[in-house]
Design a protein around this ligand. Structure first.
Ligand SMILES: NC(=O)c1ccc[n+]([C@@H]2O[C@H](COP(=O)([O-])OP(=O)(O)OC[C@H]3O[C@@H](n4cnc5c(N)ncnc54)[C@H](O)[C@@H]3O)[C@@H](O)[C@H]2O)c1
Length: 359
């Protein structure tokens, strides 16, 4: 007797803005284990256009109505940062699993509230740090875990550049916009230092945590000249490894992102591309015992689709998540707050001290 194929996960996308248009609609369409079941946006004109293009089973202007649908299994929260946790809490209360865009939040208290709610309801919440699903970075992490032995030091850098929109406008259709969209009261870019940390620093911290493990303490400095913002962050990982993180925005050069990891039995060297090129990181892992560099191809660089397939697998097949869970998402928020405190107080901050507060 042949077993019936696994039912696909019915996913609803909340928010039809740029990130849904650039990543999530197409990810749902292409994911092997997901059905684009519903979409929702308060902006009816935008909703209608996205419905015509992506053909979900249902479309809603009211989030509560989308959540009330019993056929819906999970929600992607693709809205502005301040709405992430409040809208995730609603989904969790309705018993839906959640893939929420990064950064999870700006506050520890919000993260904790969501963790408690998700655990009480027994639903899975994953944070959209999709770089963990860049096949090169995935390979590097596995090499570090399984072959490299004890980690001695990690350097990671993430520099968004002056020419990024020239490059991305060439590979993406321009997003379809509306005057009816729901936005937070304060414009997210009204405080650029905070915005850059939330938008970009959160990715750098998540990569550092993924590869290096939990951070014990950090000390940050920030130089802001012209319109360049440059943070250098000295990190002490809990496993004893030394760390150095460089977050630079408006770099006068090409996109510049990557990492180096030095370990007992080998080393890792990586260059990461602008995420919208869907190109896997170039990674070389040197294994001392073989005296050879290992270099994965990583042909499938659609990290947004791959994070979604993983999300569905965690829910449907109970695999152990390698994604950014609520615990890791909270650690990223804690790291961002620690960086800010270190700048204000001019000292090293132990992350265990950061039990509350916001960015
Ligand atoms: N992972 C990545 O690489 C990446 C890249 C870019 C942006 N992002 C993240 O994506 C998120 C969204 O970015 P964006 O530029 O698409 O945002 P946006 O604010 O432009 O669009 C969000 C859409 O959601 C709708 N919306 C908000 N609240 C709603 C509600 N309660 N009910 C119905 N509709 C609602 C709005 O009307 C809007 O159309 C941000 O958190 C950002 O950090 C992630």
């Amino acid at each position: 007797m042949s077993s019936s194929p696994q039912k696909k996960l019915n996913v609803g996308i909340l928010g039809c803005g740029p990130i849904a248009q650039f990543a999530h609609f197409e990810s749902c369409q292409k994911a092997s284990n997901v059905e684009l079941y519903s979409i929702c946006d308060v902006a009816k004109d935008l909703l209608d256009r996205m419905q015509a293009i992506w053909q979900p089973t249902k479309a809603f202007t009211k989030y509560d109505e989308m959540l009330a649908d019993e056929e819906l299994d999970a929600v992607i929260i693709a809205t502005s940062d301040p709405f992430h946790v409040p809208l995730s809490l609603k989904a969790v209360a309705a018993g839906k699993h959640v893939l929420v865009e990064k950064p999870l939040s700006h506050s520890i208290e919000e993260c904790q509230e969501l963790r408690q709610a998700a655990s009480a309801k027994g639903v899975y919440v994953q944070v959209g740090h999709m770089k963990r699903f860049d096949p090169g970075i995935e390979y590097a992490q596995k090499f570090i875990q399984e072959k490299m032995g004890e980690i001695v030091a990690l350097k990671a850098w993430y520099a968004d550049n002056t020419h990024r929109y020239t490059a991305t406008d060439n590979v993406q259709p321009l997003p379809i916009l509306s005057n009816l969209t729901k936005k937070p009261g304060l414009h997210v870019k009204s405080d650029l230092e905070r915005y850059y940390m939330m938008a970009h620093g959160s990715h750098l911290l998540d990569t550092a945590l993924f590869l290096g493990g939990e951070i014990g303490a950090l000390q940050a400095s920030l130089r802001q000249r012209f319109d360049i913002y440059c943070w250098f962050i000295d990190v002490a990982f809990k496993n004893g490894a030394l760390g150095h993180l460089d977050l630079t925005i408006k770099l006068r050069a090409d996109w510049h992102e990557g990492f180096q990891v030095y370990g007992e039995n080998g080393s890792v060297f990586a260059k990461t591309y602008n995420p919208w090129f869907y190109k896997s990181s170039d990674v070389e892992c040197f294994l001392e015992s073989e005296q050879q560099y290992l270099r994965p191809l990583g042909a499938d660089g659609f990290s947004y689709r791959r994070q979604l397939e993983h999300f569905a697998d965690v829910i449907q097949k109970s695999i152990v998540p390698t994604a950014t869970t609520l615990e890791h998402g909270t650690d990223v928020v804690r790291g961002m707050i620690a960086i800010k405190r270190s700048l204000i107080e001019g000292r090293r901050i132990y992350l265990d001290e950061v039990k509350s507060g916001s960015l």
